[in-house]
Design a protein around this ligand. Structure first.
Ligand code: 5GP
Length: 190
């Protein structure tokens, strides 16, 4: 069975990455979405092992020491990382693996896996802020930090293979589906 591909999806808070990934997975078989580890506390409604593996700083540091992460980074004051063993197993099973990670992590992934495909999902800045506030899970200060991060990440977009503008969820989903299908066609795995 041919080994799967790594598809990295990044983008600012409010860009709608989570919804887009859900829609992509519902449309395209053979995808697996990696569950990251984080030191961020769970938000109401989040379950350990589903959205994230929620770890203490000590547990996270132990995994870093044991080379347990494909990549890791500090984002908005918390640590986030991709667990290498789960990703490797799924790639070996022939599944294409989606990593929803920040640009610092994306750049680490291309260093170890130059064949990884990098997608950046974004939306107009005023729309991003409106969506984060509508979610109601962040304080004013957290919204400010997330908007600053969004501006700081803009120069990193150059490293990405594709930029998907999510101003219309149906069109943006179609764009993602087409990108994954053409990636498979290029590898002779349509
Ligand atoms: P949130 O706390 O809103 O779930 O995620 C905050 C940010 O952390 C998002 O930009 C998300 O893409 C990023 N992130 C989530 N998991 C990982 C990971 O495993 N590695 C890296 N580098 N970033 C991650």
């Amino acid at each position: 069975m041919p080994r799967g591909s790594v598809i990295v999806i990044s983008g600012p808070s409010g860009a709608g990455k989570g919804t887009l990934v859900d829609r992509l997975v519902a449309r395209v078989p053979g995808l697996w979405v990696s569950v990251s580890a984080t030191t961020r506390p769970p938000r109401p409604g989040e379950t350990n092992g589903v959205e994230y593996h929620f770890l203490s700083r000590e547990e996270f540091a132990a995994l870093v020491g044991n080379r347990g992460f494909l990549e890791w980074a500090e984002v908005h004051g918390n640590l986030y990382g991709t667990l290498v063993s789960a990703v490797e197993n799924k790639l070996e099973e022939g599944l294409d693996v989606i990593l929803e990670i920040d640009p610092q992590g994306a750049l680490q992934v291309v260093r170890t896996m130059p064949e990884a495909v990098l997608l950046f999902v974004t939306a107009p800045l005023d729309e991003l802020e409106r969506r984060i506030r509508a979610r109601g899970t962040e304080t004013d200060e957290q919204v400010r930090v997330r908007m600053q991060t969004a501006l700081g990440e803009l120069p990193l977009v150059e490293a990405y293979n594709h930029v998907v503008e999510n101003d219309d969820i149906c069109r943006a989903t179609d764009d993602l589906v087409r990108i994954v299908e053409s990636l498979r066609a290029d590898k002779g795995r349509s």
